[in-house]
Design a protein around this ligand. Structure first.
Ligand code: CA
Ligand code: CA
Length: 486
């Protein structure tokens, strides 16, 4: 529901006057500012905005391909959400074009971004130049298909040396080049004043509870542990995980990885040594605890483990898995179907692992979900698409419900991406995911470690500037879990 109060003025332009107007708006309404908007693919965080904080246009025709477009400005960025009639993968196979217009007369600059083609152009009276994801610091979510998306674009005063004068007005337009429809139908949506919102919810860099288990998922990019050890050593020491799920550890054996971790992150005297298990694909599970039993997912897309950790009285059913990358959408669906079938069978009393329904589950890995959203639902809800191969799906949480998607955000920024490679042409995304059975587990803290971490925290925990980027194009995804009621 949109909140509103009588007597709202219209704040125009990103100026101190506008900020003051936004503040007075809330004081006048007697309401708290809304929570910040996080670019995570969930659009509920937009519902708390009062009308004057955002600009919004809704399609008039019920069958229009574009349903709505909404824009706000926040901390030097333009934030958008939009709705489509049909599910699309934003970065592939669509003809959606975003147009931004700033300045007036000969000072007019137009910026076009073609989402499906992943390229853009900057148009001025002097000519046209190509644009890259990194020129805009473009972030989009979700990475898999959906009918609603969130987008963030940095708004500097110059782009590639060209003046981008948005201080007196910024027009936004979304065009569906396939059928020629646009929002708005004519002209541009003028973005309003800077969004006034509550600060981001504070997170804890350290585990906030001694009963918590800290799980970190991290693709170390082509043997980074061996090739670029210094930032990994500093980051792992700072994070102090209890369970570490590593990807792309091709050249290290399990024993070498355990020796490395025992040297780098030795832990306190009461803590167990690191134990490691290596998968056939180069992934490694490392934990301070005991593996009671393990079972591979048939046809090699990961392994399941029943493990014991000293923080918890009961065991954890840990599934570390992965799915095919990039354009291999059909194969990726088979992989996530196999994972869903594996979890279903593991909970079968006569199955190979005999995991009790009450045993907490964590399912995590590098799932590469850049295609259709049904793959996400297969992991989260246990839905199997290829029932002809694998039988009917089953809810993966022991109480017959879906798993919870941890999706932590950056420690001090409103993003949830955990992979970024500006040379790839793709916007930063979420390739690693961690799902957990929220019938038994509670996530009490979690974050993606990004170089935007405040300097004071870097210093306090022995991190150096640029450590995360130097280590890998993936960022550590860190989740602190406790058993409910323990
Ligand atoms: Ca959001
Ligand atoms: Ca659940």
């Amino acid at each position: 529901m949109m909140k509103s109060c009588a007597g709202n003025g219209t704040a125009a332009g990103i100026t101190a006057t506008a900020l003051l107007a936004a503040f007075l708006l809330f004081v006048g309404c007697g309401e708290e500012p809304p929570p910040p908007i996080v670019i995570d693919g969930e659009v509920e965080d937009w519902s708390g905005l009062v009308p004057d904080q955002s600009a919004r246009v809704v399609a008039q025709q019920p069958d229009a391909a574009l349903r709505y477009l909404e824009a706000v400005r926040d901390s030097g960025r333009l934030l958008l959400r939009f709705g489509l009639l049909e599910e699309q993968v934003l970065q592939r196979h669509n003809r959606l074009v975003l147009v931004l217009r700033a300045g007036t007369g000969s000072d007019t600059t137009r910026l076009l971004w073609r989402f499906g083609a992943r390229n853009g152009t900057l148009e001025t009276s002097g000519g046209t130049r190509p644009l890259l994801v990194s020129d805009l610091d473009l972030v989009t979510s979700p990475g898999f298909s959906d009918t609603t998306f969130e987008v963030s674009i940095r708004l500097p005063s110059h782009i590639m040396g060209v003046r981008f004068n948005h201080s007196d007005g910024l027009g936004v337009r979304l065009v569906h080049a396939g059928d020629g429809t646009a929002l708005p139908a004519r002209g541009y949506l003028n973005t309003p004043a800077m969004l006034e919102h509550q600060p981001l919810t504070p997170l804890s860099f350290e585990k906030p509870d001694s009963h918590a288990v800290r799980i970190a998922v991290w693709n170390v990019r082509e043997d980074g542990l061996l090739k670029r050890p210094a930032p990994f050593r500093r980051i792992l020491r700072a994070l102090q995980p209890d369970v570490l799920l590593l990807g792309e550890v091709f050249e290290m054996t399990a024993e070498q990885a355990a020796d490395t971790l025992n040297l780098w992150v030795p832990g306190a005297h009461h803590q167990a040594h690191w134990r490691t298990v290596k998968h056939t694909d180069g992934s490694i599970v490392a934990l301070r605890g005991e593996v009671e039993r393990s079972q591979p997912i048939p046809d090699g897309t990961g392994d399941g483990f029943l493990i014991h950790l000293q923080q918890w009285d009961e065991p954890l059913f840990l599934v570390h898995a992965w799915a095919a990358c990039c354009d291999m959408d059909s194969l990726r669906q088979v992989h996530v179907d196999r994972i869903a079938a594996f979890v279903r069978d593991a909970r079968d009393p006569s199955g190979p692992m005999q995991i009790r329904p009450t045993t907490p589950l964590v399912l995590a890995g590098d799932f590469n979900l850049v295609g259709w959203s049904r793959q996400y639902h297969s992991l989260k809800e246990g839905r199997i698409v290829r029932t002809d191969l694998l039988g009917e799906g089953a809810a993966p949480d022991g109480d017959g419900t879906a798993l919870a998607d941890a999706q932590p955000r950056h420690f001090s920024a409103p993003f949830t991406y955990a992979w970024r490679n500006d040379d790839s042409g793709f916007t930063p995304g979420r390739l690693e995911m961690l799902f957990y059975s929220d019938s038994r587990l509670e996530m009490i803290n979690g974050f993606v470690l990004h170089d935007s971490l405040p300097d004071s925290l870097k210093e306090a925990f022995g991190l150096q500037k640029g450590d995360v980027r130097e280590a890998s194009d993936h960022m550590p995804l860190v989740v602190d879990l406790v058993v409910k009621g323990e």
